[in-house]
Design a protein. Structure first.
Length: 311
């Protein structure tokens, strides 16, 4: 069994998609459609920067999605591959769940781009800059991270945001609580805590205003049943029902990204091969979670051609 997987925020970089667009009409078509949907020349920002503007969450989220879908579309249109024939399931990390839903036909591309633009804007607006923060706890599993977050909270919000793999968990909350968590991380058995360069505290209760904004937007969004099951971040389990997908995407804004559990659930379900599109982040995570799995990352035309031979 094979899973197609899609990365989340942090995988953006100036120049992303540029070589793909130069080589492939299918990729250019994706970038053009996203630009049109947003009324913004996002593809130029992706190609040329500046980096600080691309990193803004309202730009990074649709950009990462567009890059991943462009990579997939080259495989599909120029390689003659149908996702439903080659992938048994799809999954994505945080915003990557939207990419996975788009890949599986639950959302059209324009809708996905607009939802992610709004999601980025709403997340940024939910907490004033400087009041929230996130930190990666290295060498900490979920239980250690939860203990660190609880000890650091002191009445503030401080919770696990991303359970990424057995050696890296990300926490989110008020800046004061995150600073305390970094300071006590080693005392609780982590190797260290590192503040992340993010503009808002994602995946915690401080994001409730963004969840409300997404609930309103998703209520009006057309969602089709996906071609293959999508593993939802907040459940670490497959979903196919459009109304369930809608509800879980709202919960995802404030909920924990259960990526480690999702990969374990996928392997338990029989998935042996993981193919990451548009980044090189999730493939290594998969190997740390499930060392026996085959995991590859597809970002270039050479990667696509190699994958075509392997499929």
């Amino acid at each position: 069994m094979r899973a197609f997987i899609f990365p989340g925020q942090g995988s953006q970089a100036v120049g992303m998609g540029q070589a793909l667009a130069a080589a492939s009409p299918a990729a250019r078509e994706v970038f053009g459609e996203v630009d049109e949907a947003l009324g913004q020349n996002l593809s130029r920002l992706m190609a040329e920067g500046p980096a600080d503007e691309l990193t803004l969450t309202e730009n990074a989220q649709p950009a990462i999605m567009a890059n991943a879908i462009a990579t997939l579309r080259v495989l599909e249109k120029e390689g003659g591959v149908r996702l439903a024939d080659k992938a048994d399931v799809v999954a994505g990390h945080s915003l990557g769940e939207y990419t996975a839903l788009c890949a599986a036909g639950a959302f059209d591309l324009a809708t996905t781009a607009r939802l992610l633009k709004l999601r980025g804007q709403a997340m940024q607006a939910a907490v004033p800059v400087g009041e929230g923060g996130m930190a990666a706890l290295l060498g900490a599993d979920l239980a250690k991270a939860q203990a660190i977050a609880a000890a650091a909270a002191e009445g503030d919000v401080c919770t696990v945001a991303n359970d990424n793999d057995p050696s890296q968990v990300v926490i989110s909350g008020t800046k004061a609580a995150i600073d305390r968590a970094i300071a006590i991380a080693k005392d609780h058995g982590a190797k260290r805590g590192i503040a992340l360069p993010v503009s808002a505290p994602f995946h915690c209760s401080l994001m409730q205003p963004a969840a409300d904004a997404m609930a309103a937007a998703l209520a009006d969004a057309a969602i089709a049943a996906p071609l293959v099951p999508v593993y939802a971040n907040v459940l670490a389990a497959p979903v196919s029902d459009p109304d369930t997908i809608r509800r879980l995407l709202v919960e995802q804004v404030t909920g924990m990204v259960r990526w480690r559990e999702s990969v374990l659930a996928l392997t338990d379900a029989g998935v042996t091969d993981f193919v990451e599109f548009g980044g090189k982040v999730l493939g290594p995570m998969v190997k740390r979670i499930s060392p026996d799995a085959n995991a590859i990352s597809i970002v270039s035309m050479d990667d696509i051609e190699a994958l075509l031979k392997a499929l």
